[in-house]
Design a binder for this molecule. Structure first.
Ligand code: ATP
Ligand code: MG
Ligand code: FE
Length: 337
């Protein structure tokens, strides 16, 4: 099986060719980060226009790099949500056109499920069941993946996503967009115990057991920076970065381990852009090892948005006969599970 997939949910235009769901033949990612950087974040209308310019060249590049032609393609996968509506529509319209012209099955993929499935590309031996922590620019969710097509949402953030908190804090500290990787790097030179930032919903029982909240933490960091600035105190940016990151990572690690114990699974999977965070990887590696749990995460290029993960997800839907028709539409607020 050769799957061609498209991903245009946010600010990456990506096309990939994947064989039998697990082998990447090509994964072309055209990032718009330089375009949006001067605005400090993604501008939706500009993102849509850039996708229109990029989508066909990116598909051509992917087919060439894979050494395949459209005639070799057995299925077309595409992200149809969640994401920016105008951005999603470019991928959906292109995928529908290809599926119709080639008379090949069309598969609508949930972007967040794609993030989880990136792990099947990186770890060929990995199989369900497992617990997945999806930590991305727009989502923070704990999922029990019981089987390839059987996902249960255990809990999610009640306000900001982890990646959103990283990006907002980075912005006030004058790091370029997206700020997550800059905080990660700067935090290595700081003391994570220098400032006691709050850890929200840090409980392992009740209705908030698998819930997250990061907006209070964001306010606490902003207040700290403002009041220290007013008092003309010396601010250590590495200490702020390290203390903020520790507050995020502590809660993520504790709840993810708890979710593994709750579901009785021995495997934990990290997914989404924040899965590339070195402190999250290190802390979770240590805590998982203590309990005899295995931890999996993708290489950085497969943590952030890419079409290979969408092709992988599409392949397992293909096996289950989960096809879309030409009425497929973008669903900006598509839910998991
Ligand atoms: P979603 O997947 O929820 O729709 P998105 O697609 O915009 O959102 P991703 O591409 O999965 O998000 O991830 C991007 C996010 O990951 C950004 O917020 C970015 O700052 C964050 N990120 C990337 N690398 C790191 C890192 N090393 N440490 C912390 N955050 C990181
Ligand atoms: Mg992005
Ligand atoms: Fe994403």
């Amino acid at each position: 099986n050769v799957t061609l997939a498209l991903e245009t949910s946010c600010d990456e235009t990506s096309a990939a060719v994947v064989s039998d769901g697990r082998t990447i033949l090509a994964n072309i990612i055209s990032s718009q980060i330089p375009t949006h950087q001067k605005f400090g974040g993604v501008v939706p209308e500009i993102a849509s226009r850039k996708h229109i310019e990029n989508v066909i060249p990116v598909i051509d590049q992917a087919l060439t790099a894979a050494g395949t032609t459209l005639a070799d393609v057995n299925a077309i996968g595409v992200t149809y949500g969640p994401g920016l509506v105008g951005a999603l529509l470019v991928g959906v319209a292109t995928a529908k056109t290809l599926a119709f012209a080639l008379n090949k099955p069309l598969i609508g993929v949930n972007h967040l499920e794609g993030h989880i499935f990136a792990n099947f590309l990186a770890h060929r031996e990995l199989k369900p069941p497992f617990v997945a922590l999806v930590v991305s620019g727009g989502h923070t969710s704990l999922i029990h993946l019981k089987d390839y097509n059987d996902l249960e949402l255990l809990g999610q953030t009640r306000d900001d996503a982890a990646g959103e908190a990283f990006d907002k804090i980075a912005r006030v500290m004058n790091f370029p967009y997206p700020g997550g990787p800059h905080i990660d790097k700067t935090a290595r030179e700081g003391n994570p115990e220098a400032i006691a930032f709050p850890r929200a919903f840090n409980v392992l029982e009740g209705e908030n057991r698998f819930a997250f909240s990061f907006s209070g933490l964001k306010s606490a960091v902003l207040n700290y920076l403002n009041s220290a600035g007013q008092r003309k105190e010396e601010i250590s940016i590495p200490d702020v970065a390290a203390s903020f990151q520790a507050a995020v990572v502590d809660v993520l690690v504790r709840k993810t381990i708890d979710a593994a114990e709750y579901t009785g699974t021995s495997k934990i999977v990290l997914a989404g852009g924040v899965a590339a965070n070195s402190s999250l990887q290190d802390k979770l590696t240590a805590e998982a090892a203590k309990r005899g749990l295995s931890l999996y995460y993708p290489p950085a290029v497969l943590c952030t948005d890419n079409a290979a993960m969408i092709a992988c997800r599409a392949y397992y839907q293909f096996l289950a006969g989960d096809f879309a028709d030409l009425n497929l539409n973008a669903v900006p607020a598509l839910k998991l599970g």
